[in-house]
Ligand binder design. Structure first.
Ligand code: HEM
Ligand SMILES: *[C@@H]1O[C@H](CO)[C@@H](O)[C@H](O)[C@H]1NC(C)=O
Ligand SMILES: *[C@@H]1O[C@H](CO)[C@@H](O)[C@H](O)[C@H]1NC(C)=O
Ligand SMILES: *[C@@H]1O[C@H](CO)[C@@H](O)[C@H](O)[C@H]1NC(C)=O
Ligand SMILES: *[C@@H]1O[C@H](CO)[C@@H](O)[C@H](O)[C@H]1NC(C)=O
Ligand SMILES: *[C@@H]1O[C@H](CO)[C@@H](O)[C@H](O)[C@H]1NC(C)=O
Length: 345
């Protein structure tokens, strides 16, 4: 090939690359980032799409809150949890056992599709997750939890099941392991307690709390263990049904006289401080939930939030904002994905 032809090919390549969305270094998120960047209101489009999804299936709200947590705790809030397996990367984060039951990907796809029609290649999937978790929290708390979401994140290009395994907390963790897992991301024991309150909504597979079916009666209400959970999970380990996280959402007939412990959803708000009251009554699902009443450093906050739901709403909002600021590892590059399930190249 002649030198001039090489120059021509290189020139064409550079022009093509410049026309595409380039991978760049991440920036610090700011509130209102998309205000002048789209023909539609970015946050309005996310809000309306989340609302439509929750009106069709209210349980998707819990799914979106958990998706956001699982995104941010692994390589920062970079949308890495959304990437599907490919030939080149057969085991992305979502294939990890730590991500059992992760759902709500369809809602993220719907939001992304609506945003791509308003302003193509403009809004990152990482930002969509952050907005959607806020909107779901506000919806499920009947407006009690609300906050401004800093935006401008980029989507990562790395996603590995091993990273998910190594960074996400396990449901069998004791309190020391939970505290150190959260400390590794810059969160205090108090913030561990605050964020765990998200388990007032959603559901879990029996395999995620199988250990609790044989836990001592001091760690779990024995009626709840033997007559509710064991029956829900009865078909044996091969079948792995799901059970509601909050006794409020369980079949009242099966609960029997435990219904007297149910904390009613005040004003229809299901994402609330009932988790702490359930916890003090030994009526939570996971060992990790029960574990936070096992240390003085966390126990006093369980009492604090059981006593004051308004305080929890405010502190949960602050903790989600802090979660949203977890950044990609230093030196990472990012992009605005065209589809949330795949990197651009
Ligand atoms: C403290 C350590 C935590 C552990 C060990 C833990 C563990 C789990 C497990 C095992 C499940 C059930 C998954 C399944 O079996 O399908 C679950 C569900 C859930 N978790 Fe956590 N989690 C923790 C913290 C959090 C945090 C910080 C949040 C959000 C702020 C959160 C939000 C949720 C939600 C909303 C669900 C229900 C999801 C759904 O219905 O699809 N969790 N968690
Ligand atoms: C807004 O719409 C105009 C006209 O359809 C289009 O040329 C422009 O690229 C759009 N802007 C964004 C940010 O998508
Ligand atoms: C609730 O539990 C009772 C008794 O265990 C059962 O007969 C009933 O079918 C359940 N209802 C629902 C909606 O699952
Ligand atoms: C629930 O009923 C059982 C008997 O079925 C009884 O032993 C227990 O004390 C009751 N608990 C409450 C809170 O009423
Ligand atoms: C909690 O504090 C009390 C008294 O302040 C002490 O007796 C107890 O051992 C502590 N428990 C734990 C788990 O540290
Ligand atoms: C609950 O917390 C809120 C927010 O900090 C505070 O304004 C309120 O006074 C507290 N309520 C009680 C009963 O302590």
């Amino acid at each position: 090939m002649k030198v001039s032809a090489v120059v021509l090919v290189l020139g064409a390549f550079q022009a093509a690359a410049a026309a595409m969305v380039q991978a760049t270094a991440p920036r610090t998120p700011t509130v209102g980032y998309y205000n002048d960047k789209c023909n539609g209101s970015v946050e309005g489009i996310v809000r309306d799409t989340v609302k439509a999804a929750l009106n069709a299936d209210i349980t998707k709200g819990a799914a979106l809150v958990r998706l956001f947590f699982h995104d941010c705790f692994v390589r920062g809030c970079d949308g890495s949890v959304l990437l599907d397996p490919t030939y080149a990367n057969p085991y992305p984060e979502k294939t990890s056992g730590a991500n059992i039951g992760l759902r709500g990907f369809d809602v993220i796809d719907a939001i992304k599709a609506n945003l791509e029609s308003a302003c193509p290649s403009t809004v990152s999937c990482a930002d969509i997750l952050a907005f959607a978790a806020r909107d779901a929290s506000r919806y499920l708390s009947n407006g009690g939890i609300d906050y401004a979401v800093p935006a401008g994140r980029l989507d990562g290009v790395v996603s590995s099941a091993t990273d998910a395994e190594n960074n996400l907390p396990g449901s069998t963790f004791d309190v020391a392991k939970l505290i150190s897992n959260f400390a590794a991301k810059g969160f205090t024991p108090e913030e561990l307690v605050i964020l765990s309150g998200a388990h007032s909504i959603g559901r879990a597979h029996c395999s995620s709390f199988r250990d609790r079916l044989s836990a001592p009666s001091g760690e779990i209400n024995p009626y709840f263990r033997d007559n509710v959970l064991a029956k829900d999970c009865g078909a044996g380990p091969a079948a792995d049904p799901t059970v509601e996280n909050n006794i409020r959402d369980q079949n009242a007939t099966a609960l029997g006289n435990l219904t007297s412990y149910v904390v009613p959803a005040s004003g229809g708000a299901s994402l609330d401080n009932s988790y702490y009251i359930n916890n003090l009554n030994n009526l939570v699902l996971f060992h990790s939930d029960w574990a936070i009443v096992g240390s003085n450093a966390t126990m006093r906050h369980v009492h604090e939030y059981a006593d004051n739901g308004t305080l929890w709403n405010l502190d949960f909002a602050d903790a989600l904002v802090k979660l949203s600021k977890l950044a990609m590892p230093p030196g990472s590059t990012g992009e605005i994905r065209k589809t949330c399930r795949a990197t651009n190249y």
